[in-house]
Design a protein around this ligand. Structure first.
Ligand SMILES: [Zn+2]
Length: 574
């Protein structure tokens, strides 16, 4: 490819609206352009990278028996209604009507479509397992699209689905995909870790996220250096040091606390208590089987509730804090004076959940369900009818590892680049996709689903590989293997040597960009650094002695190489 003809609209300055590095550099390198919020066009350079990513995905999926499909992006609402996700998924789904008024949507994932194919075509265990995948556009109506290609509204995803006759089959399919994902990210030059994750709206029993560690990430990851435990914050648990309380009074004692509204207020209030001796009481509504149900959540005063943990524990599709008037109707007091003691006397069907860090605690202080009053001397086991105990608190850095004895947890930012789910029979049951087993029994097909975002891989690669001058593409993703830079187009000898080398490198099977623009050498070097081609061959004055300069983008080292050795040299550098 000749740079003089190739469309690479590079920018000298950082675009004002770009926040994260990958966004700035993709724009500056002329790889993408924004059409509208969360909607981007890939320009030729960006498209070359996307094609490389898709090819790696295809090869590794095929290597584990994957068969490539291409499914429609436009779906009838009917199949989503059958699976129950038409109602379970909220505003993130793009919905529309056709000219007859029939509800339709744009696909976010393809469980429903693949399950429809499976239920119509697969009858017997003999046809299983199947591994199906596609690489295709997906749509998600993000509330706040941002950070360039990280949170977007239309994107390319590789989504794979496995179909097995039983759990053991699913376990194997899941492991195959897990291994394939490891190879994919390794080939793409991305440093990643595999974490336990919440399954969220996908449903299912187990899921792993693949995370790239980067400050641009929007997820928080909890990990233990001692044993390798790693989990998304929304799934992570911890061990907190046990607190042994002194014995308290025989029954809770009410005391007036005028003006006390928060945990902090009560710490400094005369006769109050430290945060870890208080019980924090929060009222939530959880959507369970389509019904909103009130729950009272109890946590230690110095702990924070994690909403996703609450939703997962209740198997709720959504949770939200109750409004002040709802709280008053349920417990007869305002948010600053709530507590679990006697709460069921106020509202019978109020479900009380407590965080496990409160187990066996006594002589605690909490709200009295009466404005401006609290109770002290509360013994959780004795005074509060807790329905269920869960790990509901947000894990914090420095807490003990849940898996090993001495490990301390670290919390850092990461970006999700892949997510794999054991779906089980969630979709096959709701959509009646069954097969006959060897013993002649009709059973629901056991499914898994596995997704990777192409834009996420590109973004993660840049976040992890760049410097002040621009992108440093891993060779596997680079739009070109090498750029041949002719320093002076007006010198015949230099220009001709460049042209000749360009041809030779291409004949050797390399992807070459020839910088034949009528620009100063300095401008050419800057642009080549910015777009991040792994190797640059500079054709300058030394060509008279049969020597050219080889510049390595990642190490920034320059060396002289005989022009006759260049092809072998570049081929050997991976
Ligand atoms: Zn550990």
């Amino acid at each position: 490819m000749r740079w003089s003809r190739y469309f690479i609209p590079t920018l000298r300055e950082d675009p004002a609206d770009a926040e994260v590095i990958s966004h700035k550099l993709l724009l500056r390198a002329g790889a993408i352009r924004q059409l509208s919020a969360g909607i981007y066009s890939f320009l030729p350079l960006g498209q070359r990278v996307a094609i490389k990513v898709m090819q790696i995905l295809r090869e590794e999926m095929n290597a584990v028996g994957g068969q490539e499909f291409d499914l429609p992006v436009l779906h009838p609402a009917e199949i989503w209604q059958e699976s129950g996700r038409w109602d379970a998924i909220g505003d993130e789904m793009f919905r529309l009507k056709d000219r007859k008024g029939t509800d339709m949507c744009l696909g976010m994932t393809e469980e429903e479509v693949f399950t429809t194919i499976a239920r119509n075509e697969i009858r017997s265990y003999k046809q299983l397992p199947q591994v199906w995948y596609q690489i295709q556009l997906k749509f998600r109506d993000e509330a706040r699209p941002k950070s360039g290609l990280i949170r977007i509204r239309t994107f390319i995803m590789k989504d794979a689905y496995t179909f097995d006759v039983d759990r053991a089959g699913l376990d194997k399919s899941f492991l195959d995909q897990r291994e394939a994902y490891k190879k994919i990210f390794t080939r793409c030059g991305i440093e990643f870790l595999i974490v336990e994750a919440s399954s969220g709206a996908m449903g299912g029993s187990e899921s792993n996220e693949f995370m790239a560690r980067t400050p641009a990430g929007e997820d928080l990851i909890v990990s233990c250096a001692s044993c390798g435990y790693a989990a998304n914050l929304e799934k992570a648990t911890s061990r907190v040091a046990e607190i042994v309380d002194e014995a308290g009074p025989a029954a809770p004692e009410e005391f007036p606390t005028p003006g006390v509204r928060t945990i902090e207020d009560l710490i400094s209030f005369p006769g109050g208590a430290d945060a870890n001796r208080q019980i924090k009481s929060l009222v939530y509504f959880a959507t369970i089987e389509g019904q909103q149900r009130p729950v009272l959540v109890l946590l230690r005063g110095d702990h924070q509730l994690h909403d996703t943990r609450l939703a997962d524990s209740l198997r709720a599709t959504a949770v939200r804090p109750a409004h002040p008037e709802e709280i008053r109707n349920l417990l007869g007091a305002s948010a600053g004076s709530l507590g679990g003691v006697g709460a069921k006397n106020k509202t019978r069907d109020l479900r009380i959940l407590a965080d496990s860090a409160l187990k066996n605690r006594r002589n605690m202080t909490t709200g009295a369900n009466k404005d401006d009053h609290h109770l002290r001397g509360v013994d959780i086991g004795r005074d509060i009818s807790v329905d269920e105990w869960f790990d509901l608190r947000m894990v914090e850095a420095g807490e003990g590892c849940p898996r090993c004895e001495n490990g301390k947890l670290d919390v850092f930012k990461g970006m999700e680049i892949g997510h794999i789910f054991k779906l089980g029979t969630k979709y096959s049951e709701s959509m009646s996709a069954t097969v006959l087993t060897q013993d002649g029994k009709q059973v629901p097909i056991v499914m898994g689903s596995y997704g990777i975002g192409v834009e996420r891989i590109i973004t993660a690669a840049i976040e992890q590989h760049h410097d002040d001058d621009g992108i440093i593409w891993p060779r596997s993703l680079a739009p070109f293997d090498v750029v041949v830079t002719i320093t002076n187009m007006k010198q015949d000898e230099v220009r001709e040597a460049g042209e000749k080398l360009y041809q030779e490198l291409q004949r050797a099977g390399l992807e070459v960009l020839l910088d034949d623009r009528d620009e100063r050498a300095g401008v050419k070097f800057k642009d080549a650094d910015l777009i991040g081609i792994p190797h640059r061959i500079t054709i300058g004055k030394k060509v008279a002695e049969g020597v050219v300069e080889l510049f390595d983008r990642s190490t920034k080292k320059t060396e002289d190489v005989r022009i006759s050795d260049v092809v072998t040299y570049v081929k050997s550098m991976r």
